[in-house]
Each structure stands twice: as C-alpha cells, then as structure tokens.
Design a binder for this molecule. Structure first.
Ligand SMILES: [Zn+2]
Length: 77
C-alpha cells in the first residue's frame, strides 16, 4: 500500500497500523480503528491510501457504521 518515497524529504513512507485515526470529510469526522496509515520514516508526514479515504466517504454516507461515539466539544476560553 505504501513503501514509496516521501513527497517532502528523502524518507520512505512505511505502513503502520494505528489504533485509531481521525479523518476529516465534508460534513465532519470519521474515526477508523486498526487502520494502516503511511508514515514517513524521516519527517513523520502521514499518508492515507485512497482505499482509506474511500472507506471514510462510505462511512460518512452511513453505509457501514460499526457504532457511533460521542465526542466532547468545548471552547478553550
Ligand atoms: Zn518525509
């Protein structure tokens, strides 16, 4: 899925499975769990494979939700 050269430095984008990652889409956020993201081994820039973004769109359209979680929101000051 990854393994290509970073766009911003000479590092290599390595696949790393993260417990949860928040993705922004047009109407809000989707959190994916156990998701394989690409992380540059030099600068740490994160890459998202197109299948991940596809999945986010699918979930945003409420086709395959596992569950809903409430996220607390507050103003800082
Ligand atoms: Zn990099």
């Amino acid at each position: 899925m990854y393994g290509y050269r970073c766009e911003y430095c000479d590092g290599t984008v390595q696949e790393r499975t993260v417990e949860r990652e928040a993705f922004k889409h047009r109407d809000g956020f989707v959190i994916l769990e156990d998701v394989p993201v690409g992380v540059c081994d030099m600068c740490g820039y994160r890459y998202y494979h197109s299948t991940l973004l596809h999945r986010v769109q699918e979930i945003a359209a409420k086709k395959s939700l596992a569950r809903m979680e409430q996220v607390p929101v507050a103003r800082f000051a």
